[in-house]
Design a protein around this ligand. Structure first.
Ligand code: SF4
Length: 172
């Protein structure tokens, strides 16, 4: 068996595992908790996010996807970056809620740096204040669908270069 064939089989297996069993960590960088409650609702039996193989994970070292809520406050900024840097490659960020997208109602405050993409590369944007669980699930599923492609290089932070999101949802 050639080396290329072995490598492509291994990459295919990794992609299959990543798409069917992504581990997710959630971080609130300044949210009012409205979006966080909706995220918790998505993992209850009623909305059952786990049917997609998604598992909420406590450690960034074991997580594939970082779900962020709220604007980035200056106090939380370094912690957000530290969590992202502890995650293994490839890793993906989903911004949930208007505040995570743009700073929302907190935009312009002296202690707010802006939306998540001012600090990290965002792969999927889920708008709403707060977004309904259906919208969050839609964003997660669109992200997972995009991962069927070969694993992309993780993009640099927005500060270092532009990034292309795979999903920009509409508010439901
Ligand atoms: S988008 Fe709305 S619910 Fe979510 S953190 Fe901002 S103000 Fe709160």
């Amino acid at each position: 068996m050639s080396t290329n064939l072995v490598e492509s089989v291994i990459e295919g297996l990794k992609t299959w595992a990543r798409v069917n069993s992504p581990w997710v960590i959630h971080f609130n960088s300044g949210s009012c908790n409205g979006c966080d409650i909706e995220i918790l609702a998505t993992i209850t039996p009623r909305y059952d996010l786990e049917r997609f193989g998604i598992k909420l994970q406590g450690s960034p070292r074991h997580a594939d996807v970082l779900i962020c809520t709220g604007p980035v406050t200056r106090q939380a900024r370094e912690r957000l970056i530290r969590i992202y840097e502890q995650m293994p490659e490839p890793k993906f960020v989903i911004a949930v809620g208007s505040c995570a997208l743009s700073g929302g109602v907190f935009d312009g405050l002296y202690n707010v740096a802006g939306g998540i993409d001012q600090v990290l590369p965002v792969a999927a944007y889920v708008p709403g204040c707060p977004p309904r669980p259906e919208a969050i699930i839609d964003g997660v599923v669109k992200l997972l669908s995009s991962l069927q492609q070969p694993a992309p290089e993780t993009a640099p932070a927005r500060e270092q270069g532009a990034t292309q999101p795979v999903y920009e949802g509409e508010a439901i």
